[in-house]
Design a protein around this ligand. Structure first.
Ligand code: HEC
Ligand code: HEC
Length: 286
């Protein structure tokens, strides 16, 4: 027997279809509106910003809302089960780490990370970069330590070259590196397109036979973070910032890379064992 729609079913189908079409239309119009809004923000800039601009406050007149959310990284009121955004003294919480890290600067001082606006003050505050350290203690530190802290880094690299930047002493760059992680670290200041400002990521991709400038917009949203939130080491006497990704992203791949390069982060003071200490491989593990 042939099944036919009853007339009320036909009307229901019709009404349902109309509702879906209506909602899709609303969505399309909202997308167009948002695009127009972005275009008008970019086309109605109050000030023109060129080149690598470290001073974050110069971006405020053009992008007040983005600027405002950026300042929220200064907030320290949040705390969760795993971590908050207050600098908590980990060595006080877990004194056994002092013994585990004996012979490495982390045994002197290690606090949990905070938001981007604190990057420079926290670095100046930590005992890990103090100059009165001996060679055996890992100090005095090279300027490479500044690399993930400020948009003044790509500015300085442009002016003196990345190699010379890494070779300098940490203290020698102190008067130049003053603005905490900000707009020019992730954006081209003229048009706010996402960009990779740090050579280490570009070079790590190149050694894997990949071109980071070919990344999709979706990949770029994570890659801007991967300039800093990764595992790294300082290669050779030039303290050249390098990501150990040539063999891949897993712990085993990176360990094999380090073994081949004969690299260890430190030699343990009591056991004399060479030890690798991962930094923050957030991009690799996510
Ligand atoms: C130029 C280097 C740099 C870039 C780029 C960068 N970060 Fe960070 N980030 C840091 C540093 C350094 C800290 C720690 C600052 C401190 O403790 O004072 C940090 C801290 C954080 C924190 C708070 C502490 C924590 O670990 O939970 C979050 C969340 C975070 N970053 C997320 C991101 C995300 C998401 C991106 C990409 C959209 C990004 N970061 C890009 C360097 C960077
Ligand atoms: C750690 C990286 C990072 C920092 C620092 C950062 N941004 Fe962004 N910004 C992003 C990402 C990722 C997006 C999303 C881009 C997308 O949707 O493709 C974005 C989007 C934007 C957009 C929208 C652009 C568009 O075309 O849609 C503006 C405007 C902007 N940011 C302004 C700023 C300003 C101003 C600052 C400094 C106060 C800043 N950003 C700091 C990563 C960053």
């Amino acid at each position: 027997m042939e099944k036919r729609l009853k007339s009320w079913q036909g009307w229901l189908l019709f009404a349902g279809t109309m509702a879906v079409v209506f909602v899709l239309g609303m969505l399309a119009s909202s997308v167009t509106e948002r695009r127009a809004e972005i275009a008008s923000v970019i086309n109605n800039k109050k000030t023109e910003i060129k080149d690598v601009e470290g001073r974050n406050e110069l971006f405020e007149p053009n992008y007040p809302r983005e600027y405002q959310t950026w300042t929220e990284t200064a907030d320290t009121s949040f705390k969760s089960l795993y971590n908050g955004n207050q600098a908590v003294d980990v060595l006080e919480q877990r004194p056994n780490m002092v013994v585990l890290w004996a012979g490495y600067t982390f045994s002197k001082d290690y606090s949990t990370p905070r938001g981007h606006m604190h990057a420079i003050e926290d670095m100046r505050h930590t005992l890990r970069v103090g100059s009165p350290m001996t060679e055996e203690d890992g100090g005095p530190q090279p300027a490479t330590c500044w690399t993930c802290k400020s948009p003044d880094v790509p500015r300085m690299m442009q002016s003196i070259g990345a190699e010379n930047f890494y070779k300098s002493k940490w203290s020698a760059m102190g008067k130049e590196i003053v603005n905490p992680i900000g707009c020019a670290d992730c954006h081209e200041p003229e048009n706010m397109n996402l960009r990779i400002s740090r050579p280490a990521l570009i070079e790590a991709f190149r050694r894997q036979g990949k071109d980071v400038t070919k990344a999709t917009p979706q990949e770029m949203r994570s890659l801007v973070c991967a300039q800093c939130h990764v595992e790294y080491y300082f290669k050779g006497d030039g303290k050249y910032l390098t990501f150990p990704w040539d063999k891949g992203f897993t712990v085993e791949d990176m360990e094999a890379y380090y073994d081949e390069a004969g690299f260890a982060d430190y030699k343990h003071k009591l056991s004399r064992t060479p030890i690798l200490k991962a930094q923050h491989p957030d991009y690799e593990l996510s």
